[in-house]
Design a protein. Structure first.
Length: 246
């Protein structure tokens, strides 16, 4: 039994790694060599800023979150590839409305959807934590978040092209999609409940139901793009520190 379980897990990991390769979701440590890039870009600043090992810790944590986001994204892509059912209502014997019909595969897909949005949010806040070590824009570590930190740095770094790119990302994608979905998942309702609610409100509206279906089906592509933007964000973060901190 133990051997069979180990072989099953091995095959599962092989599928995950196939997704990594197929979608070019590079590993930030082994393929991206980001520990080396950190050393090359900001290694000279460590003696001054690595108080109590804070640079070492935040670097490790940032890259670990990136790898966890990659794993969650690959799982969502794998489940989507296997095949999700179309939205439909399942009736209940206890009332006129049951629930949004889903297979166990659909259920696991939405589990990873929620996980991905939280990992993306975590990653960009780790970027904020790392930037704050060097720019010291916020004295209270409990108040360091990506959006407000970008706003605090805007005057000082407005002319820097890497900062401009991060600021555009914050305004165009982070606030309106990643943080909005994360906030909803954590404080209001999971993704399954969100789609179920929208489905119920539009059950007589074929065009809106089609839009909802399309929105769900496009999530895997959005996640792949989000991961690549994370990798770009690491490069922008390092260049921002390298070019503006002494």
């Amino acid at each position: 039994m133990r051997t069979t379980s180990r072989e099953t897990f091995k095959r599962y990991l092989e599928e995950i790694h196939r997704i990594f390769k197929q979608q070019r979701l590079i590993d930030v440590v082994h393929e991206g060599n980001y520990f080396k890039k950190f050393a090359e870009h900001i290694g000279h600043l460590r003696p001054k800023y690595n108080k109590n090992g804070q640079v070492d810790f935040q670097e490790e944590d940032l890259l670990r979150i990136g790898r966890e986001a990659r794993f969650a994204i690959a799982n969502a892509l794998l489940l989507s590839e296997i095949g999700l059912v179309r939205f439909q209502i399942t009736r209940s014997q206890y009332g006129p409305i049951g629930g949004l019909f889903e297979t166990e595969l659909d259920n696991r897909f939405f589990y990873f959807v929620d996980d991905v949005f939280m990992r993306l949010y975590n990653f960009w806040n780790r970027v904020a934590n790392f930037l704050n070590i060097f720019f010291q824009a916020e004295s209270d570590s409990e108040k360091v978040y990506f959006s407000p930190l970008m706003d605090k740095l805007a005057t000082e770094l407005a002319a820097d092209r890497n900062f401009q790119s991060l600021l555009r990302f914050k305004e165009e994608q982070y606030k309106d999609t990643i943080n909005r979905r994360r906030r909803q998942i954590v404080h209001r309702k999971c993704s399954t409940a969100t789609y179920f609610e929208s489905f119920l409100k539009n059950v007589q509206n074929p065009e809106e139901l089609s839009r909802l279906q399309q929105e769900r089906d496009e999530l895997p592509d959005f996640f792949v793009g989000s991961y690549r933007r994370m990798i770009q964000g690491l490069d922008e973060m390092l260049a921002l520190i390298r070019d503006n901190v002494k």
